[in-house]
Each structure stands twice: as structure tokens, then as C-alpha cells.
Design a protein around this ligand. Structure first.
Ligand code: GLU
Length: 311
């Protein structure tokens, strides 16, 4: 274990010295201020041990990583009905593609592209007030991380709402196809707020551990989801979790993962641990450039892959 601590520190030091850090997302004005020099990593083992290196205690904007948690909640409430409204196929288009949604007649490719996550937010909203639903999602993440300090960053939520023209278009398309129960305005409010949850790598790694432990929360043994559902969420993360770079990520890293434009990535080593990395500079697909590189190095060193053991 202490060797792994040394490896983690080495990975962070080597990558921090790297030249190309990618480009910080700027289409949500508040995200522009993130520092591309930042790189944090945390590993939460299913037996409760935690390891971290770099800027692992620095809070960042969860953005699309939050979609793993909203999907988990919605599956708990609606089960397979959810799959009548959203597909399970990877997308070859940008995460906010309008053309793809029109071609599919209002049924999003998967729950992680923006249109799919809007469907999930709509289901969770049901007939509640947006504020109640946002509170429920935040409580769920806090419960999983066993940490009441995780918050929604209202500044980022507001900033997203001021410039979310494409998401407004997607929500209106969904409504036009009859695939939304609530008004686009209410759904977009819930969506922007869950994307604006702010946490650090240690908290995110802990929150994801149930996916490594057959659906059970390691801190209290509580079954968050069944083992089968945990496997299926992992399968969706593997195939759809890194935008239209999911194939390349599976090739390089070989682990189920979900990334967000805030530069965070949650990766799962089934039966072993949950890993969170964060570095705000993004590659051409919108995945954290240094985050992907850190996961690739770590997975390689440890022999972690869902595709087979290290030779
Ligand atoms: N809130 C962001 C958006 O809707 C999330 C994008 C992402 O992280 O993939 O554009």
C-alpha cells in the first residue's frame, strides 16, 4: 500500500511537469476560472482505506460525473421503465448534439449525453418542486460519500443557466417529442444544479465505492443498488462515460468511468476500489487530459482492467 502511495505521488509529479494540459471548458463562464495546473487523485478501497495525492482536497465542479448518481437514483425509483425513454448505446456525436436527438425522434442515445440526463432529471423531478429534487440528489451524494460538507455551487448553476442555449434546445426537442413530463424550464433547473455539485477527489472516490462493491456502501454495508444494477451502471460507464472518446478510453485505461467538463473523472475497479481524478484541462473529446493520463498510468501499474489480469 505504501508503494502505491509512492506511485500515486510519482504519477502526479510527472504529469504536473507535463507540457500539454488540455483546455479548460469555457462555455460555462464560471468554469473558465479553473486552474489547469491542478491535478488531484484519490483511491477509495472497498474495505474503507483511502489514498490520495496532489490536489485531492480541492473542490471542483462535478458536472457530468453527477449523471452517474442521478441515473442510480432514477433506476431505483423507476427501474426498467427508464429504458423506455432513453437508450443504452454509445454516441458518436458530441454530448450536446441536437442532430442526434432529432434523428432518434426524441429518445436520447444514453443517460449520460445531455439529452439523456435531462430525461433522468425530469423523472426524478416528477411532481416535486425543483428545490426538493435538487436536495434529494445532494443528500444522496452526501450519503454515499459519508460527508455532509458536499454542496451545490449556486454560482456555477446560475452561470450554466445563463449560457445553456443548447440544453434549452435539447429540452425543447424532448418536450416536442412528448418525452418530457415537466416544463423544460423546471427540468433545466434541476439539471444545472446537480451538475453544479462541488466536491473533491476524496469525496468523489468515496461516493463511487458502491459501484466497486456490488452495489453496497462500504461505510455501512447498505445495499444502494443490487449487484446486477451496479454491474449495469458500470457497463454504461464503460461504453458511454467518456463522450465520443469512450472507445479510446476503454482501450487506454480499461475501466468503467464517467467524466465531466469540470475535469473530474470517476473510475471503478470492480471488486477493488473507486478512483477519482481531477484536472480541469480537457482533451478534444471533453475528457480531462491529465486525468485520463493519470488513470492510464495507475491502471497500468496496478494491472487494473476489466478486460483481464496483468500478464
Ligand atoms: N452541465 C454541463 C452541460 O450541460 C455538463 C457537461 C458535461 O460535463 O459533460 O453542458
Amino acid at each position: 500500500m505504501s508503494d502505491l502511495q509512492g506511485t500515486l505521488s510519482e504519477i502526479v509529479a510527472a504529469l504536473k511537469a507535463a507540457g500539454d494540459r488540455g483546455k479548460v471548458a469555457d462555455y460555462i463562464p464560471e468554469l473558465r476560472t479553473a486552474d489547469p495546473e491542478m491535478l488531484g487523485i484519490a483511491i477509495a478501497y472497498i474495505d474503507g482505506r483511502l489514498l490520495s495525492a496532489g490536489d485531492a482536497s480541492q473542490a471542483f465542479s462535478m458536472q457530468s460525473v453527477s449523471k452517474v448518481f442521478t441515473l442510480t437514483l432514477a433506476l431505483g425509483a423507476f427501474g426498467d421503465y427508464l429504458w423506455d425513454k432513453v437508450g443504452r448505446e454509445p454516441s458518436n456525436e458530441a454530448f450536446n448534439s441536437i442532430a442526434e436527438l432529432e434523428r432518434a425522434k426524441g429518445v436520447p442515445r444514453n443517460p449520460f449525453v445531455n439529452a439523456g440526463a435531462l430525461i433522468v432529471a425530469d423523472l426524478l423531478l416528477g411532481s416535486h418542486q425543483p428545490r426538493e429534487t435538487i436536495g434529494e440528489i445532494l443528500r444522496f451524494v452526501r450519503f454515499l460519500a459519508d460527508d455532509g460538507d458536499i454542496v451545490v455551487d449556486e454560482r456555477i448553476a446560475r452561470s450554466e443557466r445563463q449560457t445553456d442555449f443548447r440544453n434549452v434546445a435539447l429540452a425543447n426537442f424532448l418536450a416536442a417529442f412528448g418525452n418530457l413530463r415537466n416544463t423544460p424550464e423546471r427540468v433545466l433547473g434541476v439539471y444545472a444544479h446537480h451538475c453544479a455539485i462541488s466536491l473533491n477527489c476524496l469525496q468523489l472516490a468515496k461516493a463511487g465505492t458502491f459501484l466497486a462493491k456490488e452495489g453496497r456502501n462500504p461505510s455501512n454495508g447498505y445495499a444502494v443498488v443490487s449487484a446486477e444494477r451496479a454491474r449495469r451502471i458500470n457497463a454504461l460507464m464503460l461504453t458511454c462515460g467518456q463522450y465520443d472518446g469512450s472507445g479510446e478510453f476503454a482501450f487506454r485505461v480499461g475501466l468503467p468511468a464517467k467524466s465531466g467538463v469540470g475535469g473530474g473523472i470517476l473510475a471503478i475497479v470492480p471488486g477493488v476500489a473507486s478512483i477519482a481524478v481531477w484536472s480541469p484541462g480537457l482533451d478534444a473529446h471533453g475528457n480531462s487530459q491529465l486525468g485520463c493520463a493519470a488513470l492510464e498510468r495507475l491502471a497500468h501499474c496496478q494491472g487494473w482492467s476489466v478486460f483481464g489480469a496483468k500478464p
